[in-house]
Design a protein around this ligand. Structure first.
Ligand code: HEM
Length: 394
């Protein structure tokens, strides 16, 4: 019998999941994990097809494996966990936050924040890609996006951190009757109601839309709170993981790092390749709504399905020499931001954060080595990366 085993909580596998992913793609492209009772898809094409098929692979019970299996009560408005047509209505409202003009306006602020983080470290011998940069930037950026005051930001980040963390080797605990808490921005939305400005929250308070029953109305404060909590939940821990990988992978590829120092026009391609090579969110999950035939086997209705984005990103059926990190790779069509209806709304922002942070690092520290023994993994099943990535600069 085959010794192939995979689960997303396995601490050893998670350290380097790529050999296991390869075996899954080759030996069990449809994988069933009996102890934890979930199915898994690991090939690029299979993952992509499932993501584009919300009718059979539904998000309505969650998009994290633990959540799909716990099947908690889901308040309306958690649009990342909704299917069309409700999802389409809610996503259209939230998309206002991510219009290109808003993104462009944020770039200068993001750069100013990176400069403020990095300048005090110049002249020192080391800095930490996560603790000094990645830990704060994603929440600050969302704060800039929706207009959250600086003073409230640490509390909001701590909340997002709690929601997404599991104990090593164990699934994330999910409260069945109270899975989603939208309270973290409550005081601020109440205050904005009385003090309108030109920020996103005011815009969401003002907007009129046709809801699922066809009624034209305003959003309630509760709905806005849920939307904001979804954005923070989706955008903080994921983007935070990007920076640890940035430090590690570029230190392991000094020639390509030097090319980036010499030619900044290569930076966007490097960020894209980094996202492919080490996906900060390695998988999403779906609920199977009807019996589905895949690779000659039937996945029964009611199953939980894990879609391994990070494995698809290394699928040799789709990418040439996928285990090679190559900033010159043409059209890096990775799965890191998902596909289809739920394609990451914040991807333009994540890309700006990655690009600007890397530019500002290279401006100050063109060379560094990683102290891998002192680096600390973040032990989560939902995001994969580092809580600390110390670099010695030269
Ligand atoms: C490197 C960083 C990021 C990664 C790897 C990432 C990944 C993803 C993935 C895979 C999905 C699809 C989930 C699914 O299909 O179930 C998603 C959705 C989403 N992401 Fe991101 N994301 C990142 C950054 C961000 C940022 C910065 C924001 C916001 C500021 C954000 C906001 C969202 C939202 C709101 C959704 C839900 C979209 C929907 O359901 O229609 N993400 N993200």
């Amino acid at each position: 019998m085959n010794d192939l085993y995979y689960d997303p909580w396995h601490v050893e596998i998670d350290l380097d999941p790529y050999p296991t992913y390869r075996r899954l793609r080759d030996e069990a492209p449809l994988y069933y994990n009996e102890p934890h009772d979930f199915w898994g898809l690991s090939r690029y094409d299979d993952v992509e097809s499932a993501l584009k098929d919300p009718k059979r692979f539904s998000s309505a019970k969650g998009d994290l494996l633990e959540v799909v299996k716990a099947d908690p009560v889901m308040p309306p408005g958690v649009f990342i966990n909704e299917d069309p047509p409700l999802h389409t209505i809610h996503r259209a409202l939230v998309s206002r936050a991510f219009l290109p003009k808003r993104m462009r306006a944020l770039e200068d602020k993001i750069r100013a924040f990176c400069i403020a983080c990095l300048d005090p470290l110049v002249g020192g011998e080391n800095f930490d890609f996560v603790l000094d940069l990645g830990a704060e930037l994603p929440m600050r950026t969302i704060g800039m996006l929706v207009g959250i005051p600086d003073a409230d930001q640490p509390a909001v980040r701590a909340q997002a951190h709690r929601v997404l963390r599991n104990k090593p080797g164990e699934p994330l605990p999910v409260k069945k009757d109270h899975y989603f808490d939208g309270d973290m921005f409550a005081d601020y939305v109440a205050w904005r109601k009385k003090n309108p400005s030109d920020d996103l929250i005011t815009e969401l308070l003002d907007v009129e839309f046709d809801d699922e029953s066809g009624t034209t109305r305003h959003l309630s404060s509760e709905e806005i709170l849920i939307f904001l909590a979804v954005i923070a939940g989706a955008g903080v821990e994921t983007t935070g993981r990007l920076f640890g990988w940035m430090g590690k992978v570029l230190a392991e590829h000094p020639d390509q790092r030097q090319e980036l120092v010499d030619d900044r026009s290569l930076v966007p391609g490097a960020i894209e390749e980094l996202l492919r090579y080490e996906a900060p969110g390695p998988h999403v999950a779906r609920y199977v709504t009807e019996d589905v035939e895949i690779h000659g086997q039937t996945v029964p209705a009611g199953s939980a399905m894990l879609l391994m984005l990070a494995s698809g990103n290394r699928d040799e059926r789709h990418f040439d020499d996928p285990d090679r990190f190559d900033i010159h790779r043409k059209s890096v069509s990775h799965l890191t931001f998902g596909r289809g209806a739920h394609f990451c709304l914040g991807s333009p922002l994540a890309r700006i954060e990655g690009r600007v942070a890397l530019e500002e690092v290279l401006n100050r520290f063109p060379k560094w080595d990683i102290d891998i023994d002192a680096a600390r993994r973040s032990r989560t099943s939902t995001v994969r990366g580092w809580d600390s990535m110390p670099a010695m600069v030269s």
